[in-house]
Design a protein around this ligand. Structure first.
Ligand code: ZN
Length: 310
């Protein structure tokens, strides 16, 4: 079965939702990087969650989901592009040296001191078209200061606080697949027989009967049949998420320009070349002295912009 993101609506449209199941995307992510046992499921769930969130927003750009941790996991990132190309990675604290207990839960991994944060960034594909980057940040604690136990709980709180959308999110992962279900109460009151509250709480109740094994093992349409067979379900054309890393030699060159000539020259003197490895896909990009000189020449050799050309 191919990877799939399936959006749907229930009843009078008070409840919308999406299901995602990733297999080949998940295999590709695990092939490129390996993580300690406690971190692997989180990376998979981040990838599934970023796909669900990207699918739920009307936004032309990439969605970047980040968890900044204060425990052994320093950072976990998943990015979903408008065409549902997905990449994800995680960074262990202490430059990869921190010990990660095998059965650490989310709080132990990223919120050991209550200072962990979750950020969602919307990065417009075409910033000139008037779209601005947007970032929302939430803590990993609930309203009473208690550490939230799961990524689902963190993102439900994010959606409630940042988007004012009551949501239910289920995420599951094993070695073979990751799966997710997002249910959202549509804002505003639409005309209809039932109240939106009733529709949402019934949908939530039905969804709560879904097991991890079903979320991981059934195709999205089968999950919908299993949960909502008595409901009026409308499904939209499915999307196909896939692993895709947006790294490129040009982007690395841009990063070196930001780093500055002096810093790059000092690395060249010490190591003979600048070797940059993509943290998402493991692709290496090497720049020797000649390449580096070109990187810093580039802005000068570009033709000057003639007046009135834009
Ligand atoms: Zn890459």
């Amino acid at each position: 079965m191919s990877d799939q993101l399936l959006k749907f609506m229930l009843g009078d449209g008070h409840v919308r939702g999406a299901l995602v199941r990733l297999e080949s995307t998940w295999a590709a992510l695990q092939q490129r990087r390996s993580y300690p046992a406690a971190i692997t499921p989180l990376v998979g769930q981040m990838a599934a969650a970023s796909t669900l969130l990207a699918g739920s927003l009307k936004f032309d750009g990439s969605l970047i989901l980040q968890i900044h941790g204060d425990g052994p996991l320093q950072l976990a990132v998943a990015e979903c592009q408008p065409d549902f190309g997905v990449r994800a990675t995680a960074k262990i604290a202490g430059d990869g040296t921190a010990q990660v207990p095998a059965h650490a839960d989310l709080a132990a991994l990223v919120n050991a001191h209550g200072k962990g944060r979750c950020a969602i960034t919307l990065d417009p594909r075409n910033p000139d078209a008037g779209h601005q980057p947007y970032q929302g940040i939430v803590a990993l604690n609930d309203a009473h200061g208690q550490a939230l136990p799961t990524l689902s709980a963190v993102l439900e709180q994010y959606l409630a606080q940042s988007e004012q959308i009551e949501s239910m999110l289920l995420l599951a992962s094993d070695a073979r697949s990751v799966g997710g279900l997002l249910l959202q109460r549509m804002p505003g009151v639409l005309a209809g027989r039932d109240s939106p509250e009733e529709d949402f709480s019934r949908a939530r109740h039905l969804a709560s009967t879904l097991t991890d094994a079903e979320l991981l093992g059934l195709a999205p349409e089968e999950v919908l049949r299993r949960l909502f067979w008595e409901e009026d379900v409308r499904i939209f054309a499915p999307h196909t998420p896939r692993f895709h890393c947006t790294c490129s030699r040009e982007r690395v060159a841009g990063m070196l320009r930001m780093l500055g000539r002096e810093e790059v020259d000092s690395i060249l003197r010490e190591q003979g070349e600048v070797d940059v490895r993509c943290e998402f896909c493991g692709q290496g990009y090497a720049f020797d002295a000649v390449d580096a000189a070109q990187v810093f020449l580039l802005p000068i050799v570009q033709p000057p912009v003639s007046p009135g050309s834009h």
